[in-house]
Ligand binder design. Structure first.
Ligand code: PMT
Length: 412
C-alpha cells in the first residue's frame, strides 16, 4: 500500500478517539502522504492543534471565519487541494450536519466544497450509533457516496461495550487506499466493514485415527472471504480442515472440531459487523473420544453421539449481535427448512442450498442459493462459487444497510 503524493485532508471532531489521530497522521506520513488537518472547536478540547501541527508539518486550521485565510478563499483552496477527505473521528454531530448539508464551520463547509472521495471513521457511544436518527444520517451519506470505515465493536471509554469505537489507525490507513494490486471483483464497496466468515467442515474425533465429518470443501466460504476482501472489507476466516490454500490479507484461524470453531467464532464475533456461517458444522460429536484406537470386533457396535453447540444461534444471541447470516444445506424441503432456521436461530438472513444432488452444494465449484430474510427473498442462480460469492455479499450488504440494529425476523 502506498500513499505516495496523496493529499489527505484530515478532519478531526470532538471525541475521545481524537487522541488516535496522532498515530493516524504518523501512519499516513510514513506512507509519504501529505496531510493537512482541520479541527472542529470541540476536537481541540481532546487534542491540541499544536500536537497535530507538529505531526502533520502543516498549520492546523480551525476557523471558517479567519479573515487572513479567507482573503485567499482558504476553504476552497483546501477543498481543491485534497485527494481524499477523511474525518476521523467522525462524531454523531458532524455526521448529522453533513447528512443535512449544514455548513456552519470550516470542516462542514469543506465537505460541501470538496469533490474528492470522502471517508468517515465514526466514533461515539454504542447507543448513539444505534439511534435511528444517526443510522438514517449514515444511510443518507452512503447514498451520497460517502465511505464509512467502522465503527468497531468493543469496550468504550464510557464503560459500555458495543459498536461505536473508532477503527484502529492501521485499518483506517489500509481502508483509505486498499491494495491496488487486487482488482475489485464487483462495484461493491465494503470499505471499513469487518466480516467474519466460517468455512469448511468440522471433524469430530472418535478415537485418535477416526472421525465423523462431511463433504464440505470450504470453497463457498473461501470464495466469500476473498470476495469480501476484494470489496474492501477487513476479513477474518475461521476454517475447518480443508485442502484450500490460505488466503492473503485475510486473518486465518484454523480449527478442527465444532467445539474449537465455537470458541474461535464466539471470540471474534463481537469485533465484527457481519458474521456469515458457511461452515458445515457437525450437529453431533461422539460423546466420548477414546485415547486408543478402537479394536475391530465381529459384533455390532454403537457410538453414542451428543449434540454440538450451535455457533450461529449463539452469535445471533450476542448482545449486541453482528448482522448474522446463516446457510442451510438441505436434501429436501429447502425453503421450509431454511425459513425455520432463519426464525429459530434468530438470523438476519439465510442462504439455502441443495446438497446431495448431482450439481452444486458440497465440494463443487458451482452453487445456487435461495436467500431469505424477514422482508424478502432472492434466488441466485447456478454459477461458479467465485461469482456467486460477490453476488451474495451484495445482497447481504443491501439488507445489512437497510436493517435497523437489533432487528430479528421474530421481532418485525
Ligand atoms: O464447502 P463447500 O464444499 O463449498 O460447500 C458449501 C456448503 C454446502 C457447505 C455451504 O454452502 C453450506 O450450505 N454451509 C452450511 C452447511 C450446514 O451445516 O448447513 P446446516 O443446514 O446443517 O446448518 C445451518 C447453519 O447452522 C449453517 O450456517 C451452519 O454453519 C450453522 N451451524 C450448524 C451446526 C452448529 N453446531 N453450529 C452452526 O453454526
Amino acid at each position: 500500500m502506498s500513499l505516495t503524493s496523496r493529499h489527505i485532508l484530515l478532519g478531526v471532531t470532538g471525541s475521545i478517539a481524537a487522541y488516535k489521530t496522532a498515530e493516524l497522521i504518523r501512519l499516513l506520513r510514513q506512507q509519504h502522504a501529505e496531510v493537512q488537518v482541520v479541527m472542529t472547536a470541540s476536537a481541540t478540547a481532546f487534542i491540541t492543534p499544536l500536537t497535530l501541527q507538529t505531526l502533520s508539518g502543516h498549520a492546523v486550521k480551525t476557523q471558517l471565519l479567519d479573515a487572513d485565510a479567507e482573503l485567499s478563499m482558504d476553504h476552497i483552496h483546501l477543498a481543491r487541494w485534497a485527494d481524499s477527505l477523511l474525518i476521523a473521528p467522525a462524531s454523531a454531530n458532524i455526521i448529522g450536519k453533513l447528512a443535512h448539508g449544514l455548513a456552519d464551520d470550516l470542516l462542514s463547509t469543506l465537505y460541501l466544497a470538496a469533490t474528492c472521495p470522502v471517508y468517515l471513521a465514526p466514533a461515539m457511544n454504542q447507543a448513539m450509533w444505534h439511534h435511528a436518527a444517526v443510522q438514517a444520517n449514515v444511510q443518507k451519506l452512503r447514498t451520497h457516496g460517502v465511505h464509512f470505515i467502522g465503527p468497531e465493536r468493543g469496550e468504550q471509554a464510557c464503560g459500555d461495550n458495543g459498536l461505536g469505537r473508532m477503527s484502529a489507525p492501521e485499518l483506517i490507513c489500509a481502508s483509505l487506499f486498499p491494495n491496488k494490486a487486487t482488482p475489485r471483483a464487483t462495484a461493491l464497496d465494503l470499505t471499513g466493514i469487518s466480516v467474519l466468515i466460517s468455512a469448511g467442515p468440522t471433524r469430530e474425533p472418535i478415537d485418535p485415527v477416526r472421525y465423523i465429518s462431511n463433504r464440505s470443501s470450504g470453497k463457498m466460504g473461501y470464495a466469500l472471504a476473498q470476495a469480501a476482501y476484494e470489496a474492501g472489507a477487513s476479513v477474518t476466516l475461521v476454517s475447518g480442515p480443508v485442502a484450500m490454500s490460505p488466503l492473503q490479507h485475510i486473518k486465518m484461524i484454523y480449527v478442527e472440531t465444532a467445539a474449537e470453531m465455537f470458541t474461535e467464532v464466539l471470540n471474534e464475533a463481537p469485533h465484527h459487523a457481519i458474521y456469515i456461517g458457511a461452515a458445515a458444522v457437525a450437529d453431533y460429536c461422539p460423546a466420548k473420544q477414546t485415547a486408543y484406537k478402537l479394536k475391530k470386533t465381529s459384533t455390532e457396535t454403537q457410538l453414542l453421539l451428543e449434540p454440538t453447540r450451535d455457533i450461529l444461534a449463539s452469535v445471533a444471541a450476542l448482545e449486541p449481535p453482528p448482522f448474522t447470516v446463516g446457510f442451510a444445506a438441505e436434501t429436501d424441503n429447502l425453503e421450509d427448512y431454511a425459513k425455520i432456521k432463519l426464525q429459530q436461530k434468530k438470523l438476519n438472513m439465510i442462504a439455502a442450498n441443495w446438497v446431495g444432488k448431482k450439481t452444486g452444494g458440497f465440494d463443487s465449484d458451482d452453487n445456487a442459493l435461495n436467500v431469505y430474510w424477514h422482508a424478502g427473498q432472492q434466488h441466485l442462480p447456478m454459477q461458479p462459487k467465485t461469482q456467486l460469492a460477490p453476488a451474495l455479499l451484495s445482497l447481504i450488504y443491501t439488507v445489512f444497510t437497510t436493517t435497523p440494529p437489533h432487528t430479528s425476523p421474530l421481532t418485525t
